[in-house]
Write a protein that binds this ligand. Structure first.
Ligand code: BEZ
Length: 246
């Protein structure tokens, strides 16, 4: 792992203080693949926008690819960057856990397919794994802008063509293609695979049993019966119910 930490940042990550004839914000706006006001507003419960894309496992229509499964779409700033490499290695190792829950994984990085192919070899080598899910080649940021996976805070966070880097977004999408959870992490902070899996367990438990889950819940812990259900009905449905407050 030490070698990952010493890897050189890609050229685009190095801030260049050249003089801009326009403000950085104007340049940032001009480099968007779609206009900001055309970006769909994605909220929990929104239909995940469909798209077609090239991936490391062939061309896909996103909704058809999801089919009747759950899906996790997660973005990365760029190929061969150290934090991303650790994240993809960790997701690759946990794929079996997601498979068991009927969840398909799909990564996204703003580079082309040949770079992705070489990167997967690198991930497999450094993480001692065998990455078996597709990675979208989103070099024009088409999907990234549709899903608002870009960093608007830091306009210097651009590649060497002046295009905004993608951040670390996670979209959990259910079999009805509804967005059920979003997470956004800055480029500098790697995500937590256990938390992504925990959220899947909570959502699936909630959908299946009509319950909610408290802080730090993990499978096996107590769940919460919504207050709209009477204690009597809860006992009929679940048997063993502990009334915390009448
Ligand atoms: C990384 O994956 O190491 C990384 C990518 C972009 C910005 C900072 C870190």
């Amino acid at each position: 792992m030490a070698s990952l930490l010493t890897r050189t940042a890609p050229r685009g990550l190095i801030y260049q203080s050249r003089k801009f004839s326009r403000s950085p914000i104007t340049l940032f706006r001009r480099s968007l693949a779609i206009a900001v006001d055309e970006q769909p507003r994605l909220r929990l419960g929104s239909t995940a926008p469909n798209f077609t894309a090239k991936t490391t496992q062939g061309d896909i229509d996103f909704h058809k690819w999801i089919g009747d499964k759950w899906a996790i779409l997660f973005s990365h700033p760029a190929d061969f960057t150290p934090v991303c490499t650790t994240e993809l290695g960790a997701f690759a190792k946990m794929k079996g856990e997601f498979d068991t829950r009927g969840v398909k994984l799909i990564g996204l990085s703003a580079n082309d397919l040949s770079s992705h192919g070489r990167w997967i070899q690198d991930i497999n080598e450094t993480s001692k794994t065998d990455l078996q899910f597709p990675i979208i080649a989103d070099s024009d940021r088409k999907v990234a802008f549709t899903y608002d996976m870009v960093d608007a805070q830091d306009v210097t966070n651009k590649d060497n063509k002046g295009i905004a880097f993608t951040i670390r977004s996670v979209f959990v999408i259910d079999p009805q293609k509804k967005i059920r959870l979003t997470m956004m992490y800055p480029a500098s902070t790697g995500r937590n695979t256990s938390e992504v899996l925990r959220v899947i367990d909570s959502l699936q438990t909630g959908d299946g049993k009509g319950v909610t889950t408290p802080i730090d819940w993990i499978p096996g812990d107590d769940v919460i019966v919504p207050p709209s259900v009477s204690t009597e009905d809860a006992r009929k449905k679940f048997g063993d119910v502990r009334e915390v407050k009448p």
